[in-house]
Design a protein around this ligand. Structure first.
Ligand SMILES: Nc1ncnc2c1ncn2[C@@H]1O[C@H](COP(=O)(O)OP(=O)(O)OP(=O)(O)O)[C@@H](O)[C@H]1O
Ligand SMILES: [Mg+2]
Length: 241
């Protein structure tokens, strides 16, 4: 539809380059994420997916390139300010606090912002992930990997992000929880309050959930477009091992 083509993207990344210890890791990555859509960033191990996310969130500094969230230029802001502008980030490997309770983990992000989530926001994450409500008093470290992933997503959601960023949420997780995370992503997309940037190597998960995709190869975007256009040739060339 032409009307959507003219919409300001939720995230606009232009010509992002990152070096680590003198070697170029990202070589001019550009992406555009449309409002209310799920964008899958794909590619084999070590191509620069996590580095792209860290450069977007400000956890890694870029040599050059721009990052815009809606009409706001994030390029010169630090990671904390970018989060406050509306980036919700769930890192690869989840990184919850094992010694804190599930409840404490859940509110870490909002406490840091000096804002208590509204009861309906808390109810929404309990609806998405019922296990969290059940396990509120337990230590985070007692949860399974999949449950920790759900907790990390819930924590990010309570900050009410404009863009939810997930780095390989299915990695090492049992199939029934992968299904629940997939259902949650669908529900969030259908609610239409945020766009979602999903880094994933699980192809079927991407195909089912993604509206658009980009494939990275050695720090560059090798292919991008609508998920319906992800061909078997591209899969064979850039995704299968
Ligand atoms: N701190 C670091 N020091 C040196 N090299 C790094 C560092 N972090 C990443 N790299 C290198 O940068 C490249 C991209 O890494 P990155 O973690 O972004 O890949 P990825 O696509 O997320 O991989 P994976 O699918 O395994 O998570 C890799 O070659 C990696 O070895
Ligand atoms: Mg990674």
């Amino acid at each position: 539809m032409s009307a959507t083509a003219l919409e300001t993207p939720t995230l606009d990344v232009s010509d992002l380059s990152v070096s680590i210890g003198g070697s170029r890791i990202l070589r001019g990555v550009s992406l555009s994420i449309r409002p209310k859509t799920v964008f899958c960033l794909m590619g084999r191990n070590g191509v620069g997916k996590t580095t792209t996310l860290k450069a977007i969130t400000g956890l890694m500094s870029a040599d050059k390139g721009g990052v815009k969230l809606g009409d706001t230029d994030l390029s010169r802001l630090n990671a904390e300010s970018r989060a406050l502008q509306g980036l919700g980030y769930v890192p690869q490997g989840r990184e919850i606090f094992p010694q804190l309770t599930v409840e404490e983990n859940l509110y870490v992000g909002t406490v840091a912002r000096g804002r208590k989530p509204k009861p309906e926001e808390v109810d929404r994450v309990f609806t998405l992930f019922p296990i969290i409500k059940e396990f509120l008093p337990r230590k985070g470290g007692m949860l399974s990997g999949g449950q920790q992933q759900q907790l990390a997503i819930a924590r990010a959601l309570l900050t009410r992000p404009k863009l939810l960023i997930l780095d390989e949420p299915t990695e090492g997780i049992q199939p029934n929880i992968i299904d629940q995370i997939g259902d949650a992503i669908k529900m969030l997309r259908d609610e239409g309050e945020m766009a979602i940037l999903l880094v994933e190597q699980y192809l079927d998960f991407c195909k089912e959930l993604g509206d658009d995709f980009a494939i990275l190869e050695r720090g560059r975007v090798a292919a991008a477009g609508a998920m319906s256009g992800l061909s078997d040739e591209l899969i064979k060339e850039f995704l299968t091992v």
